[in-house]
Each structure stands twice: as C-alpha cells, then as structure tokens.
Design a protein around this ligand. Structure first.
Ligand SMILES: Nc1nc2c(ncn2[C@@H]2O[C@H](COP(=O)(O)OP(=O)(O)O)[C@@H](O)[C@H]2O)c(=O)[nH]1
Ligand SMILES: [Mg+2]
Length: 175
C-alpha cells in the first residue's frame, strides 16, 4: 500500500449496512446525508442515504483510507461512477435476509464492473444472524453468473472487528 491514501467504496441495496459499516469503522464522526425515507419506514429503518456517506480511517501503517458509501436507490445510480472515480476497490454489501439476495448480488456486481471492469471487488453479506433462510450457495451462483470469481464473506456491520477484517480482505485481494 502506498504511503499516500486509498479510497474504498461501499455499494449495495438500501438496508444492507453501508452506513452502519462506515460508522462502525470511523475514527472521526462520519459525514452522512441521511434523510427520512420518502416511502415511509422499512421495518425499523426510518432514514436512508440520499447522497453518500463519507469517512476517513487510518490503516495500521498510517495510510489514510477514505471510505465512501453509495446511495442504494436506483434513481441515484448516476452517482456511482462519480463516487467510484479513483477508488481502489468496492465492497458490495448485501442483506442476508433479503429474499432477492441473488438478484441483488448479480445486479450490484455487474453495475460495478460496468463502471470499472478491473475494480477490486469483495461481497460482504450482513444480517445472516436474523436470516434463517440464508443460503450462501445462492450468492455463489449469482457471483458466477456475473463473471470473474470474487471473495464472499458474511459479517456484522455493527462489529468493528468483523468489518475491519473484511476491509483487510479487500485490500489484500488488490495486491
Ligand atoms: N441483526 C443484524 N443487523 C445488522 C447487521 N449488519 C447491519 N445490521 C443492521 O442493519 C441495518 C442496516 O442499515 P443501514 O446501515 O442504514 O443500511 P444502508 O442503507 O446500506 O446504509 C442497521 O439497522 C444495522 O444495525 C447484522 O449482521 N445483523
Ligand atoms: Mg445508508
């Protein structure tokens, strides 16, 4: 890793855990643009990211790591190439309790690759503790359908240890 800085982007659908992961990792208070959900609350989730999340953390060697969370909604898809500009890798976060997880996986991995085919990519699946129906095999198949193989992990975005582990896996996949 260079001594300058690195940029990582967190992508994925609404409710996956992008904002939570960035908050969990943050050294300083993250900048966030949370607003009440226009369509009303989704379960216990009453706000959603309308523009983006941003935070900066330091790697062990002192390298600043800039973290950006993309808005999940499709009507903000025009922001993805802008936010991904200059990023070294993308973490696609998917909610394990989504009945559409395979479809969402294929969609997000393809969207990222359409913007940058060489982008480092890792899939992280949250909320598996509350998803009795979660099947890793479905996500593996979806990843295969969307092209090159990429690592898939489960993690809890509320856990700093688990989220840091995933970031390390993404950074290691780039070298
Ligand atoms: N039970 C459980 N909840 C989680 C886990 N990871 C994230 N969450 C919760 O899932 C929600 C994700 O919302 P948010 O971070 O706003 O999602 P975003 O739309 O992707 O930014 C939050 O309420 C988190 O606390 C997990 O592994 N298990
Ligand atoms: Mg968010």
């Amino acid at each position: 890793m260079s001594s300058h800085s690195a940029k990582l982007v967190f992508a994925g659908p609404v409710g996956a855990g992008k904002t939570t992961a960035i908050r969990t990792l943050s050294d300083s208070a993250p900048v966030s643009t949370e607003m009440p959900m226009s369509e009303g609350p989704m379960g216990d989730k009453t706000t959603t990211t309308v523009a983006l999340d941003f935070s900066s953390v330091q790697l062990d060697d002192g390298t600043p790591l800039h973290l950006y969370g993309l808005p999940g909604q499709e009507h903000f898809s025009h922001m993805r190439p802008l936010v991904m500009e200059g990023a070294v890798g993308v973490l696609v976060i998917l909610p394990g309790d989504s009945p559409r997880i395979a479809e969402e996986c294929e969609h997000w991995v393809r969207s990222v690759r359409e913007i940058n085919a060489d982008m480092g990519l890792v899939v992280g699946i949250t909320r598996t503790d509350i998803s009795p129906g979660f099947r890793m095999g479905e996500v593996r198949h979806a990843v295969r359908r969307s092209g090159q193989p990429i690592p898939i992990f489960t993690f809890d975005a509320r856990s700093r240890e688990q989220t840091s582990h995933l970031i390390r896996a993404l950074l290691l996949s780039l070298v």
